[in-house]
Design a protein around this ligand. Sequence first.
Ligand code: SF4
Length: 340
Amino acid sequence: MEPFAYIRATTLQEATTAYASHPGSRYLGGGTNLVDLMKHGVETPGTLIDLTRLPLHDVEELSTGALRVGACVSNTDLAVHALVRTRYPVLSQALLAGASGQLRNVATIGGNLLQRTRCPYFQDVSKPCNKREPGAGCAAREGPHRDHAVLGHSAHCIATHPSDMAVALAALDAEIELYDGERGTRRVAAADFHRLPGEHPERDTVIRPGEIVTAVLLPTVVPGAVSAYRKARDRASYAFALASVAAVLHLDDGRVRHVALAFGGLAHRPWRATTAEQHLTGAVPTDEAVREAVDAELAGARPLRDNAFKVGLARNLARDVLSTLVRSASGGSAPTGRRP
Ligand code: SF4
C-alpha cells in the first residue's frame, strides 16, 4: 500500500476544508471498500479524511413521520432499527443481504452508497479498465463477464453496481443529502444518485468533488403499503447479487395505487423499473398483469455473451416478489385472473 496522511475531522467544515487543501484526498467511512482498493493499488489517496467522528450517527424520526438517517450510521444499526424493520422491511432485508455481519458492523450508510463496482478487472491494476483509467479499454468485454450488466451498459463499461441497500432506497423514493463547504446542502433522489456509465464510467454517481454524503431521508410510509427485497447470488451469504429485486406495493380496492420496483445486479446503478410500474399502476395485479409488466421492463435488456441467464433470473425474482406482496397486501389471497 502506498503511504498516506490521515486527518480526523470533527466538523463538516473541517472535513471539506481539509479536502480542498489536500489534492488527491479521499473521505473515509468504515473503510471496508476503500481500504481494500488501496491494498490493490486501485486507489492511492495522498490523504484520508476520516468522517466517522462527525455527528452523523443518529436515526431521527421527523415530525412528518419520515426518517433521517445519518451517513455514519452502521449498516447493522440501520438494519435492526425498530422503525426500519417495521416501516421499511425492504431496506432492512436489503441491508442484511449485503456483505457479512462483521462488515455490516463497520460499514457506514454513506460508504455503502459510494462503494465501487466489484468488476474483477477494475480491481486488477494489470488489466485495462476505463473506470479506473479513462481511455484504457474494458477487459471485461472480451473476458469472462457473467456477473456484468444486462441493462444500460455502454461500449465503455459493462460493470454493475454492488450495493443492495441502494436498490431498496431507489424503490423507497428515498433522498440523499449532500454537503459542500461552499454551496451548502442539497438533496438528490436516491434513484438518480448513481449514474449509467455512458462515456464516463469513471463517475459512479452525481456527487461533486469534495461533497460529503451527510444523510439518507426515508419518506413517510403510506398505511397499508408492503415491501420486500430478494436477492439471487452464487452462495447463501457474503456474495454480491447476480440479480435482486426491491419492491413497494400499495393496493386500494384491489387495484395498484402505487408500485415501485427496482433491480440490483443488472446495471451500473440500481435500475428503477418505470415501464413495469406504469403497466401495473391502476391495474388489478393478477399473475398475468404482473408477468406482462415485468416482461415489458426486461424487453429492453441487452445481455452479453455470458450473462443471458440474468434476464430470466430477474424476471422470476420480480414476478415472485410482486406476487408475494400482492397476496400480503390483499390479506393473504391473491386476486384471480378475472377482471371486475
Ligand atoms: Fe472497467 Fe467497467 Fe470494463 Fe469492468 S466493465 S473492466 S469496471 S470498464
